[in-house]
Design a protein around this ligand. Sequence first.
Ligand SMILES: [Mg+2]
Length: 68
Amino acid sequence: MEKLKQKKLFLLDMDGTIYLDNDLFEGTLPLLKYIREIGGKYLFLTNNSSKSVSAYIEKSKNNVIDTT
Ligand SMILES: [Mg+2]
């Protein structure tokens, strides 16, 4: 855990990593909260080109992922 606290930027794959279909995984929000608490930042990435950027933005809003 100490090494994790030293990290400041977390790149998170989206599909199948922070959610599956329309369901966030149980640990997703606690992980994002933890990253903020240690002063880190996170970015969401995907290699899934089946949806547009705007579709991913909408999905993030609908899943209440704090992107601030
Ligand atoms: Mg994936």
